[in-house]
Design a protein around this ligand. Sequence first.
Ligand code: HSE
Length: 428
Amino acid sequence: MKAIKVGLLGLGTVGTGVVRIVEKHQEDLLSQVGSPIQIEKIAVKNLKKERSISVDSSVLTEDPWEVIRHPEIDVIVEVMGGINETKTYLLEALALGKHIITANKDLMALYGSEILAKALEHQCDVFYEASVAGGIPIIRTLIEGFSSDRITKIMGIVNGTTNYILSKMSRESASYEDVLKEAQQLGYAESDPTSDVEGLDAARKMAILSTLGFRTNVELKDVSVRGISSVSKEDITYAKQLGYEMKLLGIAECHDDGLSISVQPTMVKASHPIAAVGGVYNAVYVHGEAVGETMFYGAGAGELPTATSVVADLIAVIKNMKLGVTGLKAIVPYKEKKLRADERIFYKNFLLLQVDDKAGVLAQITQVFAEYEVSLDSVIQTPNAQQPGAEIMIVTHLANKASMDKVVKHFESMSVIRRIKSIYRVEG
Ligand code: HSE
């Protein structure tokens, strides 16, 4: 029986998992696709590197072009990461008629539409299940599972590093700096954690999910981003007192008048199922007009969970090859993009203000909310022995983003407000 030959770009954590799963599940794969799957060639950075799996040395090469231009390879699996050089490799592979599977969220968030256009031109498949939330099959769910519905909201904890940090801060009342340092020592956080902690990694994943969920070409610049580096231990304590958990949440909404997509530390009602997602785990909540609420939970990274998604894509590509239906039409976004104006983006807010402790201050503050038509849910003054003045916690009802920006600007000019200590979106 003729084997389907696959080329691998990269043999790091995910690549190693792919080799392991293809070897270990060979019989199951054969039953599902009707042909053996053979990893024909693997491009690595360093041939001499010690590896946790044994691979025949004739399979390895340091030249990615040897994999891409190999005449017998039909499918390229890209698990090497990187952006510009990797894009060149993949575009060339597509031009040669090879199908692509990639785990590369950075590449897909930035150049997904260019890669998909090239694939369409050459009637090739591009699948990228592993690019978002590792082992959770959320991309296939959005494309296929919800193909009959209209998705109105996607909320995701799609970055394990920041979820680990916030969960630990919450559980142990620890500071951001201490938990980050520990996460780096344990290898959960990168030595340069910027992309994770400043929300960029999550923003890329939300751009991918909202493109697929809303069938519109959402770009990274459409996602407003705020990371977790300013979240304090005190913020988390106050959030808990009010019945919320702090989570770095991607929130994408689709309404008749447009889309809004953001990533920010968010106070989530403790009773919402996404508030219970702790540690390095990921979860994606999807609301559809017809289906209502759904939620998907699992490992967001790691060798075997991520490789599971890659190999599932491999099975899908091979099935399409056998059916002669490769070519992607179903997942190229087809709806015109319209972003919602700030006046139409509504959510609740939490504010922590440090103010002068004297008569009339609260009245001045509530007057500003009234002026911009922001209605308040609760106002609590908290004693704070460590600081002069008083602290006031405020939770608003749903307010539009434009009005809240005006409130904050106004507060910044008021002498009785010594400092706006914190401001967070509130969900649930
Ligand atoms: N840096 C990512 C995370 C890894 O922390 O979730 C998976 O993309």
